[in-house]
Design a protein around this ligand. Structure first.
Ligand SMILES: NC(=O)CC[C@H](N)C(=O)O
Length: 199
């Protein structure tokens, strides 16, 4: 007898490392698909917004008529997971964006782009993430943002040793400054699939 069909999980595929997310989600049994058009977005039970360059993703999403459908989907409760540039796209408030850069919003946070400056473009560290349990998660940061302010309904999931917040959850939305699709540790994607199953 056939079991429950795998959930269709979209990965925004305008730009960035969407292929890596698709591979991780498929390895976990999800029916992962690249999303470039509003008709494709309408079919998904959840969406990943990958890392890349948020200013380019912003421009392309508006050019391809995806920005408004994405905003509508976020507001109607679609589970969405943003990594790095994807976290920036989900932030209500953006610090250090390029001129005219917009976000989709949804997370009640202020996020600072390229928060580690040119001295420290990328680094790796282990993070204690209570919601994922042991062991600590090895996290890769690449020109990464940090969450500088968060509203009362935002749950911080991970902080750096200096206290800066680098992973958050708020209702249907999940965001990480770093790139779990690059390390082979699938716990964040599994957590997101559980959010989809519970939605
Ligand atoms: N790895 C990343 O996604 C980098 C994000 C990029 N610095 C931006 O502003 O969008």
């Amino acid at each position: 007898m056939a079991g429950k069909p795998a959930p269709i999980v979209g990965v925004l595929a305008l730009q960035g490392d969407f292929r890596e997310h698709i591979a991780v989600l498929r390895s976990l049994g999800a029916d992962a698909r690249p999303i470039r058009r509003p008709e494709e977005l309408a079919e998904v039970a959840g969406l990943v917004i990958p890392g890349g360059e948020s200013s380019v993703m912003d421009k392309l999403s508006r050019t391809f008529g995806l920005a408004q459908p994405l905003k509508d989907a976020i507001r109607s409760g679609l589970p969405v997971y943003g990594t790095c540039a994807g976290l920036i796209m989900l932030a209500d408030r953006l610090l250090d964006g390029i001129n005219g850069q917009q976000t989709l919003g949804g997370l009640d946070i202020a996020v600072r782009r390229n928060a580690f400056g040119s001295q420290l473009d990328s680094f790796e560290t282990d993070l204690e993430i209570p919601v994922l349990g042991d062991p600590p998660l090895h996290a890769v940061f690449i020109r990464a943002p940090v969450v500088e302010e968060a509203g009362a309904s935002v749950v911080p999931l991970a902080t750096l040793a200096d206290g800066r917040v680098v992973a958050v959850e708020q209702g249907n939305l999940l965001g990480t400054s770093f790139h779990p699709e690059m390390t082979g540790d699938t716990r964040f994607h599994e957590h997101f699939l559980r959010m989809i199953a519970a939605a």
